[in-house]
Design a protein around this ligand. Sequence first.
Ligand code: PAF
Length: 281
Amino acid sequence: MEVFKTKAALKAYLEPLKAAGKKIALVPTMGALHNGHISLIKLAQENADVIVCSIFVNPTQFTDPKDLEKYPRPIEHDLAMLNTAGCSAVFMPNVEEMYPEGAGENWHINLGNAEFLLEGAFRKGHYQGVTQIVKKLFDAVEPDVAMFGQKDYQQVLMIKNMLEHFKLPINIITCPIIREDDGLAMSSRNIHLSKTDRKNALVLSKSLQYVVDNFQSYSFDELVKQAKAFYNDLEGVELDYFTIAKGDTLQPAETKEEKSLVALVAAKVGATRLIDNMIIK
Ligand code: PAF
């Protein structure tokens, strides 16, 4: 597995492969890899010949500097996991390489109304930061396909909107959420959960599953009310939102006949903020 720290070195590696007609996949990550990320690598291998995984903790998408500081960076472990998974190349630039003019570089694009909903309402500017770095990574790799996890449902939507904005010819593939045996969605942040938090964190997947299982039996309002009741009296758990939304715009769901519906949740469990979602249809 090749490891590159500069865009120039990565480009020199990719150029002959592209000239030989190889299909390139990009798997963008912030490291602290788990089996959810490895499932992205595996899916990439089914869809391309050369797999580039980027590891970059992107400062412009963090709204809380403390969150950025405490983001886990187990680089040796990450490289070992990627090597075992058969990843072709890792791109792990530093901040100066990605933001030569400093992390305050100007960037603002229209991502549509969904930018300001849900995660966007709790983390102002988050999706501008995400799309800014993903565009830079796309420019550095110029992949044919790029893989993203469904766990960050809204992020995938924002990246698709950014792609549309720049008319980039990249195929975005969304990988289903990978869960622990008891239902907890895998996340780099789970490492911060105490034993009690870990138990309490199951409320996210349980409340989502409840909505999926009972979708036909109650109105949207009733379903959301019942799902929110899962969080009552759970000490140390603070619900940010629980919603059932239209899958393509994230606007609140209006009718059950909608072609795509998704239930999404975010909650603080102890000091760790977790998100999760389940596609209803
Ligand atoms: O999902 C993530 O890990 C990040 O938001 C991404 C897409 C790598 C951009 O920094």
